[in-house]
Write a new protein. Structure first.
Length: 374
């Protein structure tokens, strides 16, 4: 099957690895014998991919095609639809000249990227159009009229419209008013995330993500301090970077727990996998999540999780996987951190790993997608 996967960008440090999930899914599709091309067309004043203009290369069994267009209007959030359509059209013509017409075009973040009429026109060529919405802005409803129109057209006219979790599905339905069915297909637990048997005797909580207020890393740090300050052999590991990083470091210093908290900064996926696998439990205390990828990655490593009810990774929480708590009850967070630390030996790492593979493995997600592709 010939598949184009369209993502926001190509992941690199310059754009905070934007496009990672889309590219990972494209590579997964390639592993199962499909002829896959990953496409990204970016409009930005400086975040070009490799070079300005068209670029193509081979990577891990798939083709990658990008087009970087200098676009100062991005800073002003202006949608120059005719210009963007023209750029996209020229880009797709170059890809099509190389790959031929695809059987499937899978568009990720449809409200955020791509020109809807141009994409849907491929249906006239016999191509199935599949969309997957991940965008937090859709979940919160903070999208402009142009993006709302684009989202509605995709929801109404794509061959299948998917969301990564039930809350996002509900948001898309409320924004678009579409009468068509919307399906839930989760994100993938990357194969990089594997259990690690070797332990050094230190119990580590790990929190992963962009350091933004919605993630509530400050509350995780305060709760850790109240429960474990000065306790030997207990650490908190914070993986990621972001606008709050310096403030969070200052908070750790103020609380006097500098020797118990590790800030890793931004890491590549392989490094994130190592940090999670060598931890004992993950804490996700976010107020808002379209899905919660770090949660399933922790489960893939066989470690339990404390997550908020904002996370949409599963509709019914399995108590053997950890705890699910409200995102606004710090006493509950502290109690569950202490409970998990005290009873960590009660958790079956193999069961947790098997649960992740049964629900979020590459094979499981591929089988779900295949049902929409055919």
């Amino acid at each position: 099957m010939k598949i184009w996967v369209i993502g926001r960008s190509y992941p690199m440090e310059l754009n905070n690895m934007q496009g990672s999930f889309e590219l990972e899914q494209a590579k997964m599709l390639g592993k199962y014998g499909n002829d896959v091309a990953y496409l990204a067309c970016v409009f930005h004043p400086f975040k070009k991919i490799k070079k300005w203009g068209f670029c193509g290369w081979q990577e891990d069994g798939i083709s990658v095609y990008t087009n970087s267009q200098f676009y100062a209007h991005e800073r002003m959030k202006l949608h120059l639809e005719r210009f963007q359509t023209w750029v996209w059209k020229k880009f797709l013509e170059k890809v099509e000249a190389t790959t031929g017409i695809p059987d499937v075009i899978h568009i990720h973040y449809p409200a955020n990227i791509s020109i809807v009429e141009l994409m849907l026109s491929y249906q006239e060529k016999g191509t199935r159009i599949i969309c997957t919405e991940h965008w937090t802005q859709v979940l919160t409803g903070v999208i402009d009229s142009y993006e709302r129109r684009r989202l509605k057209m995709y929801a109404d006219h794509a061959d299948a419209f998917l969301c990564v979790g039930p809350p996002l599905k509900k948001a898309v339905r409320e924004i678009t008013g579409t009468k068509k069915e919307i399906f839930v297909v989760p994100n993938i637990a990357n194969n990089l995330f594997q259990p690690q048997a070797v332990r050094d005797g230190v119990f580590r909580f790990v929190a992963v993500g962009g350091m933004r207020p919605v993630k509530q890393f400050d509350k995780i740090i305060v709760s850790f301090s109240k429960c474990f300050k000065g306790k030997e052999g207990v650490m908190l590991r914070i993986v990621g970077g972001g606008v709050e990083e310096q403030d969070l470091m200052g908070l750790v210093d103020k609380l006097g727990i500098k020797d118990q908290v590790e800030f890793t900064g931004k890491l590549y996926r392989e490094q994130v996998a190592e940090k999670v696998a060598s931890s004992d439990a993950l804490v996700c205390y976010s107020r808002l999540e379209t899905f919660g990828v770090p949660i399933i990655e922790a489960w893939a490593c066989g470690i339990p999780v404390i997550a908020t009810t904002a996370a949409a990774v599963c509709e019914e929480w399995d108590r053997k996987l950890g705890f699910q708590i409200p995102p606004d009850d710090e006493e509950e967070l502290q109690g569950k951190m202490m409970d998990l630390f005290t009873h960590i030996k009660d958790y079956d790492s193999q069961y947790i790993r098997e649960y992740a593979m049964e629900h979020f493995s590459e094979r499981k997600v591929y089988e779900m997608l295949l049902g929409f592709y055919q």
